[in-house]
Design a protein around this ligand. Structure first.
Ligand code: PMP
Length: 397
């Protein structure tokens, strides 16, 4: 019998590669490596006993059958109400009906791409930006156009100019403690972004997984809260960084028509997010409350950030620059001219320390001198030891 090959994979599946960084970083999972690379929350800070109690309460009583049953695509009302209350308390009036529960905020991004984007559309992003957002837009077959940024994020004049010229459908932004740069967009620029979106006709996707991890300073309002942004902003949030990423719980807050389209997209993707996980999280938010836990996490991460910032100058080659984020998980650094962060990573890994080269995060014109350092997954003592290794790797090859 002649054997015919199966038809090829979809072009979109082959045009977007896996992350090159992931392959290098597999090396850093060896025991003994002090890694500033992964964006992982500190595992020893997870509130396993509190979550176990929440799952016990969910599965131990008469509600168990409901927790194990199919539920609605929008998400269980208890979790939506609890999230709405947290958003409202932080200054963005929100009801349960404004929210769609998602399987992590990453799913929210994918649903928005399905609901809003046609192949060939133009999407604006910060340069650099979150790698998996670039992947998501790549799979959607859109043209990604970067907006120039400075140390505080998007440059509003450049955004207005590029929007007028390129006629993009949406701007994707991580305005608070951005991944990868740790940068935060000041309040005035947020208002300008909202005004530009309203004036020139643009959807805004405001991705905020890190906003609650603030160690100092005061929070600027969400872009979604600004005049002009109400009817055109999708705000993505997540329990990953404040509770545990393994729960895969996030949410999408969007105007009704967009939310309805996202609900249809989610139905097609996974029907709904795990009922038992949603109910356990809702129980945790109601009974234990998240604030005490977030306060503990913040305290530990502040010390870790400070340990990294205290030692970074001694670890990086003379002439390097780096920022001092008021929160989040990342510090962004730039090596002096003539240095290539990707080329130096092998040397770092040989000294049992790792970081992520910055180049892959750029949609265009990658800056090979940049790197991202995450400070959350190691104690201050380990961070200091890791910086010693980095100094030996980078300064004394
Ligand atoms: N957006 C940004 C900017 C992120 O950094 C991450 C996680 N690294 C996500 C979205 C996805 O988070 P999750 O799906 O766990 O909520």
């Amino acid at each position: 019998m002649p054997i015919a090959d199966p038809p090829p994979l979809a072009a979109r599946a082959t045009s977007v590669g896996g992350s090159p960084v992931r392959e290098i970083l597999a090396l850093t999972e060896r025991p003994g490596v002090i890694s500033f690379a992964g964006g992982l929350p500190a595992p020893e800070l997870f509130d396993a006993p509190g979550l176990r109690a929440a799952y016990d309460a969910t599965l131990g009583g008469p509600g168990a059958a409901r927790a194990l049953q199919y539920s609605t695509t929008e998400g269980v009302p208890e979790l939506r109400r609890a999230v709405a209350a947290r958003l409202s308390a932080r200054g963005l009036a929100t009801t349960a009906d404004d929210l769609l529960v998602t399987t992590g905020s990453q799913q929210g991004l994918g649903l928005l791409a399905t609901a809003l984007l046609e192949p060939g559309d133009t999407v604006l992003v910060e340069n650099p930006t979150y790698l998996a957002a670039l992947q998501c837009f790549g799979l959607a077959g859109v043209r990604v156009v970067p907006v120039p940024c400075d140390a505080e994020g998007l440059l509003p004049d450049a955004l207005a100019r590029i929007t007028a010229r390129e006629r993009p459908k949406l701007l994707y932004t991580v305005p608070t403690f951005q991944n990868p740069t740790g940068r935060t967009l000041p309040a005035g620029r947020r208002a300008e972004v909202a005004r530009t979106a309203a004036r020139l006709g643009l959807w805004l996707v405001e991705d905020d997984p890190y906003g609650e991890l603030r160690y100092e300073g005061t929070a600027a309002p969400w872009i979604a809260a600004h005049p002009g942004a109400e009817d055109r902003t999708a705000l993505l949030g997540s329990l990953s960084k404040v509770m545990a990423p393994g729960l895969r719980l996030g949410w999408l807050r969007a105007p009704a028509a967009l939310r309805r389209a996202a609900v249809v997209a989610k139905q097609a993707a996974d029907l709904h997010t795990s009922t038992v996980d949603q109910l356990a999280a809702a129980h945790y938010l109601g009974a234990t409350g998240l604030d005490a836990h977030v306060a503990r996490v913040r305290e530990a991460y502040r010390e870790r950030r400070d340990a990294l910032l205290a030692g970074l100058g001694g670890a990086l080659p003379a002439g390097s620059e780096w920022n001092r984020p008021e929160g989040g998980m990342f510090v962004w650094a730039r090596l002096p001219a003539g240095h290539d962060a990707a080329a130096l990573l092998g040397r770092a890994v040989a000294h049992e320390v790792a970081y992520v080269p910055g180049a892959p995060f750029f949609a265009e014109s990658p800056d090979s001198r940049t790197l991202r350092l995450s400070f959350t997954a190691h104690t201050p003592a380990e961070i200091t030891e890791g910086l010693g290794r980095l100094r030996r790797a980078l300064q004394h090859p």
